[in-house]
Design a protein around this ligand. Structure first.
Ligand SMILES: [Zn+2]
Length: 468
């Protein structure tokens, strides 16, 4: 279209301003840029385009300064991590610079041990929070970064055939050298704009049972004993990511030993190549019964279920065992007794459950005593009795120093291995027995907690509070 006297056409405005047509339409709609209709086409006064070009120049300048500042900020933080990958994007387009900023944020979060990362909208701008035990603010981004960061985040998990790292449905995999993670993105609309939540799953491909906190003899026993014979194996969990990892690492161990492991998840949060993973959808897709049968039809060595939600599912567990499969199920309960009780609450047959039980993994989390400042003290008589010890003269007690604050550094998972025997089967099967669980073996939670106390890693107070 030829230029009218004193006006630019839409195409000319695209050219002069370096914006796309939709971007120009949006700015006209927002009344940031004044245009007028002429002959059913948009046109712009030459002075208006000149004015707006200057505004844009200023905006781009601000954006570039902001990107440079945060790229440098995260590069400095990443200097602590030898595995971190930093790309020079100084001469690249803004979208690539934003992508690099995003990569640096993710690597930083991973390095800091954050499992959850939040991009939380403010009146102007966006704050970045990491959850590492507790929530901490890491950065406050300027308003000009809100939109480009949102665009980058939304693009992270969009399924694209040419990008195998994008796993679809909000899931993606990221790797930097030897380090990597999978992430799940959730976008929550708020009155201030989109709030983004990224959940990071550290790549567990190389994670061993020992890395999770199992003792070597427990890990050995789990590898040897299970997956080879039919029965029901219970895994205590409360739905936290760590419990999920526990389940996946166990499943992967058996898969690595050449067993066919089929996992049924109400929601798949991590894609693992060694496992056959089926997802139970609440609304669309096949129902539980169909999927469970499909899993059993594969003649698997192990079927893994992430959670029991109703009586039908509880009953299906026993049917799976009867078909000759080992069934591993995660039960949301505080301890093994509660887990058994929870299954019984679904009114499955006590005797059948007693016969089917192979054992399970009990879990507790203790705070780790700070090795710098913990004091030693002798055990009191009542503690000796309850921990079942003859002597204990040097257990730890928290003090607090500049390194730790309150006497503790982090937390540690403690697992108890619970192997079913005839006594236990009788306990489960007999509705008259109201006694505590029968005494349990050398790999039990009691024993592991006792060792943590003797090693000075946990306080006797905390260990005793966790014992049944
Ligand atoms: Zn300390």
């Amino acid at each position: 279209m030829a230029q009218q006297q004193g006006f630019f056409s839409l195409d000319e405005a695209v050219d002069k301003l370096g914006l796309s047509r939709p971007e120009i339409y949006r700015r006209v709609q927002d009344e940031a840029l004044k245009g007028e209709k002429s002959d059913r086409c948009l046109r712009f006064a030459v002075e208006e385009i000149e004015r707006y070009a200057a505004v844009l120049e200023q905006e781009r300048d601000l954006l570039q300064k902001s990107i440079d500042r945060w790229l440098a900020f995260f590069a400095e933080r990443l200097a602590d991590y030898p595995w971190a990958v930093i790309e020079d994007v100084a001469d690249k387009p803004v979208t690539e610079q934003m992508a690099e900023l995003g990569e640096r944020i993710l690597q930083d979060a991973l390095g800091e041990g954050a499992q959850d990362v939040y991009f939380d909208p403010l009146d102007a701008g966006l704050r970045l929070l990491y959850s590492v035990g507790r929530c901490q603010e890491v950065a406050r981004f300027d308003a000009c970064l809100t939109e480009p960061l949102g665009t980058w985040l939304k693009g992270l998990t969009v399924l694209e055939e040419t990008v195998p790292e994008r796993l679809g449905e909000g899931l993606a995999r990221k790797t930097w050298g030897e380090t990597g993670c999978q992430l799940r993105l959730t976008e929550v609309p708020t009155t201030l704009g989109s709030h983004f939540h990224l959940h990071l799953f550290t790549d567990y491909e190389g994670t061993s049972l020992e890395d999770l906190g199992y003792m070597p003899e427990q890990a050995e026993c789990l590898r040897r004993e299970f997956g080879a014979r039919p029965g029901l194996f219970l895994l205590i969990g409360s739905g936290v990511p760590e419990d999920e990892r526990n389940r996946l690492v166990l499943a992967r161990n058996w898969a690595d030993a050449g067993r066919l492991v089929v996992c049924l998840d109400h929601r798949i949060r991590y894609r693992a190549e060694q496992l056959v993973q089926l997802e139970l959808r609440d609304e669309a897709g096949p129902d539980f019964k169909t999927l469970w049968q499909a899993a059993l039809d594969m003649s698997p060595d192990v079927v893994v279920l992430d959670e029991v939600r109703d009586a039908d599912q509880a009953q299906a567990l026993l049917e799976g065992v009867q078909s000759g499969t080992m069934v591993l199920v995660q039960v949301r309960a505080g301890n093994m007794i509660e887990a058994v009780q929870k299954l019984l609450d679904f009114e499955i047959d006590r005797a059948a459950l007693g016969r089917a039980l192979l054992g399970g993994v009990d879990k507790a989390v203790v705070r780790r005593l700070c090795p710098q400042c913990a004091r030693r003290r002798p055990l009191r008589d009542d503690e000796l009795a309850r921990l079942g010890l003859a002597v204990g003269d040097g257990v730890g007690t928290p003090v607090g120093c500049s390194a730790c604050g309150d006497g503790y550094v982090g937390r540690r998972s403690v697992y108890g291995l619970w192997l079913a025997d005839t006594e236990l089967a009788a306990w489960v099967a007999d509705p008259q027995i109201d006694s505590p669980l029968p005494p349990i073996g050398p790999e039990s939670l009691t024993e592991v907690l006792r060792r943590a106390v003797l090693d000075g890693e946990a306080t006797p107070e905390e260990a005793l509070a966790l014992l049944p």
